[in-house]
Design a binder for this molecule. Structure first.
Ligand code: PLP
Length: 430
């Protein structure tokens, strides 16, 4: 994208490391066979590449074994498998319906990819509890999750977001994990905005399930993602899709072995090969060093916005061109990922995104970004959400200076005509 600055890495990362494109092309041109579906060398090579991807992901997430990683299409697919698989297992155990008093817990910071599968459970009689978040920082106090767990029957599942796709807030999920473990309540973590950005360790988090994208912070291609399932916990997750696995073909029932139990049908081998190259790239550099770069960018962005007069509840009121603008989420770099949602008192989010693109070549996102409850919690629902910029590992300090300059300039120049109708942007970014 010459002359354009892509800052929608929270939607999907771009560009990817060169090795990702190279690995995908090499597989497509030189191998091409479906893994686990033939005895010939190319199919065996495909199976080796899939195994290598699983091993690398297990290493990155500190999973007990590679088979604990199930490949999915994206985070949404992984969350659906986790939520609906746990729910179906509970229904099967209870003779076909949820037992009276079935509850599931999530938070105000969670994404529609958790909220909508939960809503589908509510349509079948489950009660959904949404735990509140701090309106300034987006932090969910573990005590609130604990209080929700203890306020009724033992929940069937707790699902929490590890890093917000709106406010960037990193949640104290390990404390929630310890509380869930102590009560024997299954914990599902939505790590869509966390993996590749902050070190994610499934053991330290104490989770049973962790959904992640391959195409965001991990730098793999779209159409990739995965679900970590703690070894042994798979027995409490019923299948939601069944079909061919290239193994145990004589039996009607889906194999119970991992990961075949949840991987029916041919793999997205080209995508997984690209993801594997990306994770290899990441393991070589180390997530901690990528995080150090990201934190430097966050510091620079926070300082630039603050100096421009952008409002934040924890900042003193300063003079500056941007006093009509508010930043959501934590004011400390260590408590957030590089996702910045800004709300202006009069300019519409879509209008700001349009100006950023047309006048500054910056590709930003506008609207609710699939997280209406986050905006409700932070008081920005009636503003139509926020404008959001999100960084990846190839963003530089110069890029951050360019964004801050653009935000200062557009605040100085108001009022402006609406360049793009809000609905058009809204639809494109839904
Ligand atoms: C917090 C969160 N959860 C889930 C998702 C869904 O991710 P995917 O696009 O990989 O399905 C997103 C996507 O932006 C997200 O930010």
């Amino acid at each position: 994208m010459p002359g354009r600055l892509y800052l929608d890495n929270a939607a999907t990362s771009y560009p990817k490391p060169a090795c990702v494109y190279e690995a995908m092309l090499a597989y497509a041109q030189d191998c091409g066979a479906s893994p686990g579906r033939g005895q010939y060398a190319e199919s065996r090579e495909g199976a080796r590449l899939i195994r290598q991807a699983r091993e690398r992901l297990a290493r990155l997430l500190n999973a007990e074994r590679p088979e604990a990683i199930v490949f999915t299409l994206n985070t949404t697919d992984a969350l659906n498998l986790a939520i609906k698989g746990v729910a179906r297992a509970a229904r099967l155990a209870a003779g076909g319906r949820f037992p009276t008093g079935t509850r599931v817990i999530t938070t105000a910071m969670d994404h529609n990819s958790v909220l909508r599968p939960y809503h589908a459970l509510a349509e079948e009689g489950a009660e959904v509890v949404h735990v509140e978040a701090d309106p300034d920082t987006g932090e969910v106090a573990p005590e609130r999750v604990i209080a929700a767990m203890d306020a009724g029957s033992m929940p069937m599942l707790v699902a929490v977001n590890l890093a917000s796709n709106v406010a960037g807030t990193i949640q104290p999920a390990a404390e929630m994990g310890a509380a869930c473990r102590a009560r024997g309540v299954p914990l599902l973590i939505d790590a869509a905005q966390a993996v590749g950005h902050i070190p994610v360790d499934v053991e330290a988090l104490g989770c049973d399930l962790l959904a992640f994208p391959g195409h965001k912070g991990l730098m793999g291609p779209q159409g990739t993602g995965g679900l970590y399932i703690r070894p042994g916990f798979e027995a409490r997750v019923a299948t939601t899709r069944e079909g061919g696995t290239g193994s145990w073909s004589e039996q009607d029932a889906q194999p119970t072995s991992m990961p075949e139990r949840f991987e029916a049908g041919s793999h997205n081998t080209m995508g997984i090969v690209g993801l594997s190259a990306a994770v290899g790239w990441m393991l070589e550099r180390g997530v901690a060093s990528l995080r150090a770069h990201e934190e430097a960018l966050i510091e620079a962005m926070l300082a630039g916005l603050r100096e421009a007069g952008v409002r934040h509840p924890f900042w003193p009121v300063l003079e500056g061109p941007c006093t009509a603008m508010r930043l959501l989420g934590p004011a400390e770099a260590s408590r957030r990922v590089a996702v910045f949602a800004l709300v202006h008192d009069t300019l519409e989010p879509a209008e700001i995104a349009a100006i950023l693109e047309s006048e500054f070549g910056i590709l930003a996102r506008a609207g609710l970004t699939c997280a209406p409850r986050v905006h409700a919690a932070m008081g920005t629902l009636d503003r139509g959400g926020a404008v959001r910029v999100s960084f990846g590992p190839f963003v530089t300090l110069d890029d951050v200076r360019h964004v801050v300059h653009a935000i200062r300039a557009l605040c100085q120049d108001e009022p402006r005509p609406v360049i793009v109708p809000r609905t058009a942007i809204g639809r494109a970014s839904a």
